[in-house]
Design a binder for this molecule. Sequence first.
Ligand SMILES: *Cc1c(COP(=O)(O)O)cnc(C)c1O
Length: 216
Amino acid sequence: MNDIQTACEKKNRSPKGVNLIAVTKYVSNDTTKEAVLAGVEHIGENRVEGLLTKKEFLNDLSVKWHFIGTLQTRKVKDIIEHVDYIHSLDRLSLAKEIQKRADRPISCFVQVNIAEEDSKHGLAVNDVLPFVDKLRDYDRIKVAGLMTMAPFTDDEALIRKVFSTLKQLQLEIQEKEMPHAPCTELSMGMSNDYLIAVEEGATFIRIGTSLVGKEF
Ligand SMILES: *Cc1c(COP(=O)(O)O)cnc(C)c1O
């Protein structure tokens, strides 16, 4: 995607630092497989069943699996051995369940609800640092980074503010140099707003709609 390159150049970033997660919830198993054969390295699903079905279909293809949706505590056991990243860690009860079920450290993103929208999950900005600090007791959780969803709006300034706030939070966490929370990644940006996200420091963008119908 050339536009990602342009956004990176604008900010003096290397495009190598931006990982595309193909969100495959709108497409078939076959289309997902084509994407992977064409070089997509990261697949994201927001439902447990969707992830399990796609993963079984793709079987031995080498892909990193991202769970990006709201994760019910009782479903952790169904996916824990199938995921490489969980993008929606937003409460201690979920952390406890991951700790109980995982047989290895899982790379997690702490989800933040920057704009404090009722319709979205995630911690309020002020709760993030204390939450991350508490996770030090959970050796099966590695805080790989932070994740957010911007409001669905045309207000570019607002979207940018949301993403830059997430970046700011990341820097605050990194300053603490906590071994369990390297927090090197930022999962932000979807079809509507990924260029703004890249400009503001996204390292993982989650793209669904814009990939539908694309030739791989
Ligand atoms: C569906 C989904 C996406 C992809 O959104 P598009 O607007 O289709 O690109 C990204 N993140 C999450 C959490 C999603 O559920």
